[in-house]
Design a protein. Structure first.
Length: 332
């Protein structure tokens, strides 16, 4: 049995990416997964500590790497075969672990000033380095797969529905009141064209007043599966919702929501407002998904169902390719 340690910065999206990779590797052999949440020893000096750590790592000296780890809460890696981490906060820690203890490390996320060679594998959504350790994932790693979502839907006996994952302000995306109204009207029109119920899942980014508006105005077409973040609906089975959806609509402000939707193997449409000031790399990320046919982009004003094309084999192939590259990089 392989023992995997997830080094987490406590951010749910980062943790889900790490756990997603751990679950992928668990498909190749039996694995035990543990979690160690880190923090800075001197929180007020966290920015300075991060800069110092990144600078010191360039000397490539084991004793210095151990000194870097002292700046953070303790991480016990004894007996572990692999460390997985995601996000900029964990990068100095995981790079120092690999250097100090020669343990294979998979790091997820953009490099933030550290070269991919400092890790066994640096998993990114686009190429940063001409080095074998920089592994590009077609779809950002997450907790879901076509098989997992299908099994979850069957287990919970969820009926077919149209799923909306709705965010809000973030990553340079902003929505006007009129655009929210337009989306609401478009959802109503879509609901009248199909006999399928509408399921809506909101997030922390969704304005509470918009959540209330959606809940009130769409009550006649909403399924019982809908989950409202600001009303405390946080423990829902997203895998079952994804697996039972015939179409998924997701606002474009969250790459995690988009990658999770794509990973279900279902037809995905991303929704965007008129005002977008996202970073170029984020824009490239979205365009890549569109060019590969993994998503269809749409404004908020008119919603169209996508044909029920079989994306399961495509998504499964991308997952297997990533698993193969990762196992090669860590020597499993």
């Amino acid at each position: 049995m392989k023992k995997i340690l997830i080094v987490s910065d406590g951010i749910p999206g980062h943790f889900n990416q790490s756990k997603g990779v751990a679950l992928m590797l668990s498909e190749t052999c039996e694995c035990n997964i543990a979690i160690n949440e880190i923090s800075w020893r001197f929180y007020a000096l966290r920015s300075a500590c991060t800069l110092i750590a990144k600078f010191l790592l360039r000397f490539n000296i084991k004793n210095i790497a151990r000194s870097i780890l002292w700046m953070y809460s303790p991480v016990n890696i004894q007996g572990y075969d692999l460390v997985i981490a995601a996000g900029g906060n964990t990068m100095p820690v995981s790079a120092a672990i690999k250097l100090a203890y020669s343990v294979p490390v998979i790091q997820l996320g953009s490099p933030r000033g550290l070269h991919s060679s400092m890790f066994s594998a640096l998993v990114t959504v686009e190429k940063y380095f001409d080095h074998p350790s920089n592994i590009v994932a077609t779809v950002s790693p997450n907790l879901y797969s076509p098989a997992l979502c299908s099994v979850a839907a069957q287990k919970d006996n969820f009926a077919e529905h149209i799923l909306f994952l709705i965010g809000g302000e973030g990553t340079g995306y902003s929505y006007t009141t009129n655009e929210w109204e337009s989306m609401l009207t478009a959802i109503q029109a879509l609901g009248s064209k199909t006999s399928l119920p509408i399921t809506i899942v909101t997030s922390r980014r969704t304005p509470p007043e918009i959540e209330d508006l959606l809940q009130a105005r769409l009550k006649n077409i909403l399924s019982n599966f809908s989950a409202w973040f600001h009303h405390g609906d946080k423990n829902f089975n997203l895998a079952a919702l994804l697996g039972s959806a015939t179409n998924i609509f997701v606002t474009e402000d969250s790459t995690m929501m988009i990658s999770e939707s794509i990973s279900s193997g279902k037809p995905v449409t991303t929704l965007y407002p008129s005002n977008i000031k996202s970073p170029k790399r984020y824009e490239n990320h979205i365009f890549k998904y569109a060019q590969l046919g993994l998503i269809q982009r749409s404004s908020l004003h008119e919603l169209k169902l996508r044909s029920q094309q079989d994306l399961n084999s495509i998504i499964t192939e991308h997952r297997q390719d990533l698993i193969k590259k990762l196992t090669r990089a860590i020597g499993w």
